[in-house]
Design a protein. Structure first.
Length: 455
């Protein structure tokens, strides 16, 4: 006889309270209960098998609302009962409570776990629920346009997507239902998502040494969820990670302490699979030797930590959120996120990230790589700098409008804010331009007007 497990339970005698365990089998993955067997798996037998064969099927149906197969078994002339329960397609309650199997334990669901279970039982996810009091005025049209621009390039939406107004677009993508905004719509595109979901932010902290308590500095990334991956990466790169550069001709190649592509993938995974009904923040901790990314939300069954390092299907906690990031080209939809992280780390000669179950969520740990001194294949001079693609155009724009913003430059050049920022950094480091004043109210100054001699 097998041992007790998530799918098997032994009882020496029948009691009606065991219906709770049968409901847990139905709510989890099905299972078998044996009446007349001790905890160690040895058969003790029962005398009333005939009565149980008659009573149990009706009792299970009347109280739990499910069908069960009940059999008489025999071993060494001792009779016992086997009750087989299949996984139910709907949620099954017992005495007003909902139970699941966790290992060989029957556990009652409460709070967020219960809410998630009931939604899943009805083939819904948390982010599909509507928010009746939400206003369309809360939607940030700039973020919606950003999504449309990216999605139009992926061929994962109709070619005429740019002609859609926001309400039609949201209805088509399931982000609104009968004019009501879903939780996903508000998280992804509202101007201030914390109006509705207080903890929909990312906390980033730099700790001294490898201490979890000695905080040196921290940041709070608060923005529409669709913009959050880029905002987090910008914050990490500008304040929490060191960079060195190698030069190949005029090409400036950054080298990070951590595998940039794998790190971005880990952040995307955390944002997409987070349990937004929880009462904790999305947290990134940076230490001397490593970086930890943690978000609340256990792996969806049947995934486990070992599954993350091999081929596996995608299991979605937030279907709508995942769909938006997929359609915009940020992620794939084939369950390859963790595999890409491992591949990207190896490709950059970094140590593979580690995955861990921690405090009801998933923790991803990246080990820091020590950087070497800056190396150059060719010496880069000021006269070379202005020949970099787009640098001349940026200098001309600064001449015309010294108060021009990074965003205005990126729009005129049809280039990402991030790439414009990198070119500006190169020009500042080459002492061709400088910034005077604050980020918002300051102006650009041309120190060395190299473009006057450019052809």
């Amino acid at each position: 006889m097998k041992k007790e497990s998530q799918h098997i339970e032994f009882k020496e005698k029948w009691r009606d309270e065991f219906l709770k365990t049968l409901s847990a089998f139905a709510n989890t993955a099905g299972g078998r209960m044996y009446i007349g067997i001790r905890d160690d798996g040895s058969v003790c037998g029962i005398n009333n098998t005939t009565k149980l064969l008659e009573d149990l099927p009706n009792k299970i149906t009347n109280i739990l609302g499910i069908q069960a197969n009940v059999y008489e078994r025999k071993k060494d002339n001792l009779k016992y009962i086997e009750i087989k329960i299949n996984k139910s397609s709907y949620s099954v309650s017992y005495s007003g409570g909902f139970y699941i199997r966790s290992g060989s334990v029957t556990r009652e669901l409460t709070g967020n776990a219960l809410q998630h279970f009931l939604l899943t039982s009805n083939n819904m996810t948390w982010d599909e629920m509507t928010v009746p009091d939400a206003s369309w005025d809360e939607i940030d049209e700039e973020t919606v346009r950003l999504f449309i621009d990216k999605a139009a390039q992926t061929n994962r939406l109709p070619p005429n997507i740019k002609e859609y107004n926001t309400k039609d677009l949201f209805e088509r993508l399931g982000l609104s239902k009968k004019g009501l905004l879903t939780r996903a719509a508000l998280l992804l595109f509202s101007k201030i998502p914390t109006h509705y979901f207080l903890l929909a932010v990312c906390k980033i902290g730099r700790f001294l040494g490898n201490s979890h308590t000695d905080l040196k500095m921290d940041d709070l990334v608060e923005c529409p969820l669709f913009q959050m991956p880029d905002r987090i990466m910008e914050t990490l790169e500008s304040k929490y990670m060191q960079t060195e550069f190698t030069y190949k001709g005029l090409q400036r190649i950054p080298v990070w302490e951590y595998p940039e592509a794998a790190l971005r993938e880990a952040i995307m995974n955390a944002i997409i699979h987070r349990d937004y009904g929880s009462n904790t923040f999305f947290v990134i901790k940076v230490f001397d030797d490593n970086m930890e990314i943690w978000n609340e939300g256990e792996l969806m069954e049947p995934l486990d930590i070992k599954s993350l390092k091999k081929q596996h299907l995608s299991r979605l906690r937030n279907k709508l959120i995942a769909n938006i990031f997929y359609r915009s080209g940020y992620v794939e939809s084939w369950g390859r996120g963790t595999l890409k992280m491992l591949e990207d780390a190896r490709a950059g000669e970094y140590k593979e990230p580690e995955f861990e179950n921690f405090e009801g969520g998933i923790l991803v740990r990246f080990e820091r790589k020590l950087l070497k001194k800056e190396t150059f294949e060719t010496k880069q001079s000021i006269s070379d700098i202005y020949k970099i693609k787009y640098a001349d155009d940026i200098l001309k724009m600064i001449k015309e409008n010294p108060m021009i913003t990074n965003k205005e430059m990126s729009q005129k050049l049809s280039m990402s804010d991030r790439n414009v920022r990198r070119i500006l950094i190169e020009l500042v480091e080459a002492k061709i331009i400088d910034r005077i004043g604050s980020k918002r109210a300051g102006t650009w100054v041309i120190i060395n007007d190299v473009i006057k001699n450019s052809k």
